[in-house]
Design a protein around this ligand. Structure first.
Ligand SMILES: C[C@@](CO)(OP(=O)(O)O)[C@H](O)COP(=O)(O)OP(=O)(O)OC[C@H]1O[C@@H](n2ccc(N)nc2=O)[C@H](O)[C@@H]1O
Ligand SMILES: Nc1ncnc2c1ncn2[C@@H]1O[C@H](COP(=O)(O)OP(=O)(O)O)[C@@H](O)[C@H]1O
Length: 288
């Protein structure tokens, strides 16, 4: 049995540059990852199957359209004679939450199949299968902090970030990605205004990184807040916690994150938010 983790993806910034002729939005995003997340195991064998358990398994579903199965089929279509196998997914990340849980599961499936077959991490068939599965899947393959551009397929080199103590909050509403992009109202070929993405230095200090991140934004935040107004509350609660240096939504929402100077400050903030909103998903994380 082969196993791997599928961590959450956090868009520390998410700038929308315009809408391409293919309908997808051109973006620029500094992406980081948590530890933990979902766990995926593979027992290699001839038949493809998926067994799913864990607190958010019902929301993800074990059907044919599960991203684990889609990723496996996309790789099988590109690698002749690929042996698939039985996947077992322990699903803990909230679903339709802006943290790419499904994309990370798909990338984890590709990593396991690559391991089982001795495919290199930069094998173009692996990367093609990732892109065919979803815009966020290729960045989740390596799951290291880096810039993401294009519609998500153009990746910069890994960036060494200082470890960022964070709190992640999901207020319990599923937010589908496509309607949030659509609410931007950009026609095909349109470009959007907005200040350029801040320069992110490799190996920057936490202080320099926080200053740079503060100059960035998530351009999907307003559209997501209109669809799920509770996101406004989540952001306000995070911003009101002691020691919060920056609070922002990740991806198309509804998960929001706050960054702190120390792990203790993050732990205290998480405790305060849990006390106020016991139904919400609240996690501390070290982003990297
Ligand atoms: C917004 C982001 C930011 O990282 O994350 P999430 O909120 O999904 O986590 C991603 O761009 C989402 O990636 P992913 O969730 O893989 O998107 P896909 O399945 O490829 O696309 C779902 C839908 O979102 C829209 N879409 C997605 C990516 C993109 N660059 N432009 C788009 O317009 C399209 O309408 C597409 O049909
Ligand atoms: N393994 C999976 N985990 C989560 N969602 C999945 C999975 N497979 C398919 N999905 C579907 O993909 C959609 C996006 O889910 P997810 O990746 O959690 O969103 P987001 O990228 O916004 O966090 C959901 O509608 C969900 O039903």
């Amino acid at each position: 049995m082969l196993t791997t983790r599928a961590p959450a993806k956090i868009n520390l910034t998410l700038h929308i540059l315009g809408r391409r002729e293919d309908g997808y939005h051109a973006l620029e995003s500094l992406v980081a990852f948590t530890g933990g997340g979902d766990t995926l195991a593979l027992a290699p064998g001839p038949a493809l199957s998926l067994d799913i358990s864990g607190p958010t398994a019902p929301a993800a579903g074990a059907g044919d359209d599960n991203l684990v199965l889609r990723a496996a089929r996309n790789l099988a279509a590109r690698v002749e004679g690929l042996t698939l196998g039985a996947f077992r997914l322990e699903k803990r990340l909230p679903v339709a939450a802006g943290i790419g849980g499904g994309s990370s599961d798909a990338a984890a499936a590709l990593r396991l199949l690559a391991r089982a077959h001795g495919l290199a991490a930069d094998d173009s068939r692996l990367i093609d299968a990732a892109c065919a599965t979803g815009s966020d899947v290729s960045i989740c393959l390596l799951a290291r902090a880096r810039m993401m551009r294009g519609a998500g397929e153009a990746l910069g080199p890994p960036i060494r970030l200082p470890i960022l103590p964070a709190v992640l909050v999901n207020p319990g509403v599923a937010v589908a990605t496509a309607p949030v992009f659509a609410a931007l109202g950009l026609a095909k070929g349109a470009r959007s205004a907005g200040a350029a993405h801040p320069e992110i230095g490799d190996g920057a200090s936490a202080e320099d990184l926080l200053v740079a991140l503060a100059k960035g934004r998530n351009d999907l935040e307003d559209a997501a807040c209109l669809q799920a107004p509770v996101i406004v509350d989540a952001l306000a609660l995070l911003r009101a916690t002691r020691g919060c240096r920056l609070a922002r939504m990740s991806g198309s929402g509804a998960t929001c994150f706050a960054l702190f100077a120390t792990r203790q400050a993050a732990v205290r903030a998480a405790r305060d938010i849990r006390a106020q909103c016991p139904q919400w998903w609240v996690k501390t994380a070290a982003l990297r």
